[in-house]
Design a protein around this ligand. Structure first.
Ligand SMILES: Cc1cc2nc3c(=O)[nH]c(=O)nc-3n(C[C@H](O)[C@H](O)[C@H](O)COP(=O)(O)OP(=O)(O)OC[C@H]3O[C@@H](n4cnc5c(N)ncnc54)[C@H](O)[C@@H]3O)c2cc1C
Length: 388
């Protein structure tokens, strides 16, 4: 079968690319080894798909080339995706920090993409295992459903995270096959594990959450930290995991909106217990453990100024002794990917193999939590679809 464009990967970026290319009149075939397409869209945003973010810019993405995203983002904005939703009567809502979610559920977005692709006559082959690629006179894709040929080939196979949803290393191998480089791959937006020493100490806090600021080096995020059986998760931790080198320490300001030193000094003549004051600002279960670790809490009038300063320091700069981050099974995305030096930022086309394109998470572009990864999938898929 001969097509203008073959896209490997029926996820967010592949479907957007298919739609854009087919709307230009190109004949398009999308292949996916999974029995069901767009499975990550379906589970995204807790089933409500955090599909984009009103606040958009290169600073919300990590890449060895921070400007790589600029062209694609400027040509496909959050408003462009919202127009698509509105055209299909899909309701959405804006939450904190500009995060855009479906009011209904994620399947509405998958249905939208499919109906638009079908209207534009995009062909699909699901459950289709690709066994080889070659490029002599155009591209040849060998699969267990036959050999497909095309002028352009788009790799939209995503990252390594959530192999249970069809992720694998196909895209990186394809890049290497065509002489392109791949940067170091790491799990990102992932929970963090306590050291073997601290895990049993904090295991009893599983389920407790604290609004805090987590920092590594000069990078910090404020948001929820959630204790789990093995470590910590929650938005602040997921965000910092993408920037953490796994060796440096992580510091947590447990009371980012309170000057606890001044508060304790103000009350230092009182007989009120330290734990009673802390209970007003932090979850009781955490305070109990924290106080136990510091020594039994005393009435405030029994602490010296130095002791109060030390208590304040350890609440504003609590060292999280993390052993590492969870792996790709629990990571929302992959940090790193196909090196952007080998790609055109305007078209996503390979500089090593004309006609070969890479889109979405397989590229060395990782968004922050908050709809940025799906937006990158839409924007890069759209950019390639204009040229493939
Ligand atoms: C649990 C979870 C929740 C998330 N929530 C959000 C969110 O709310 N907002 C957000 O912005 N991002 C979210 N993300 C990240 C986001 O889903 C991804 O970044 C995005 O889907 C990447 O799009 P993609 O098209 O590059 O890859 P994918 O959507 O992963 O699609 C890749 C496709 O390629 C197929 N494929 C892989 N290998 C092969 C092969 N060898 N042959 C054929 N087909 C293959 C896969 O089956 C898959 O269908 C979430 C991720 C996870 C895991």
């Amino acid at each position: 079968m001969q097509k203008d464009v073959i896209i490997i990967g029926a996820g967010a970026s592949g479907l957007m690319c298919a739609l854009e290319a087919a709307n230009r009149g190109r004949s398009v075939l999308v292949l996916d080894h999974s029995p069901k397409a767009a499975r990550k869209i379906l589970v995204s945003g807790g089933g409500r798909c955090n599909f984009s973010n009103r606040i958009m810019g290169p600073e919300y993405f990590i890449s060895q080339n921070p400007n790589f995203v600029t062209s694609a983002l400027s040509r496909f904005t959050p408003s462009d995706f919202i127009s698509l939703l509105e055209g299909h009567g899909i309701e959405y809502q804006e939450r904190e920090e500009g995060r855009l979610f479906c009011t209904g559920n994620s399947s509405q977005i998958v249905d939208l993409l499919f109906s638009e692709c079908c209207r534009a006559a995009v062909g699909f082959r699901l459950n289709c295992a690709v066994s080889g690629l070659s490029n002599t006179d155009g591209f040849e894709v060998e699969t267990d459903q036959g050999v497909f040929k095309s002028h352009s080939l788009v790799i939209a196979t995503g990252g390594l995270s959530y192999p249970q949803l069809g992720a694998g290393n196909f895209g990186y191998l394809a890049a290497k096959q065509f002489g392109m480089r791949v940067t170091k791959l790491l799990p990102a937006l992932t929970p963090v594990r306590f050291s073997a020493e601290d895990a049993p100490v904090f295991a009893g806090l599983s389920g407790v959450s604290i609004n805090c600021t987590v920092s590594t080096g000069a990078t910090s995020f404020t948001g929820n930290l959630l204790f789990t059986h093995t470590g910590v998760s929650g938005p602040a931790i997921l965000q910092i995991s993408s920037y953490w080198d796994r060796q440096s320490s992580l510091s947590v300001d447990l009371l980012p909106e309170l000057d606890i030193y001044s508060l304790l000094i103000e009350k230092r003549r009182s007989k009120i217990l330290l734990s009673t004051i802390l209970d007003q600002h932090l979850p009781k279960r955490f305070v109990k453990l924290w106080c136990d670790l510091q020594g039994a809490p005393k009435p405030l009038n029994q602490y010296s100024t130095e002791e109060i300063a030390s208590i304040a320091r350890s609440l504003h700069d609590w060292p999280l002794r993390a052993e590492g981050a969870e792996g790709f099974n629990k990571a929302e995305v992959t940090l790193g990917g196909v090196d952007t030096v080998d790609l055109s930022s305007r078209t996503m086309e390979s500089k090593k193999a004309p006609g070969l394109y890479f889109v979405g998470e397989v590229i060395d572009v990782t968004g922050r939590l908050g709809g940025y990864n799906l937006h990158w999938a839409w924007a890069s898929g759209h950019a390639a679809g204009q040229f493939a």
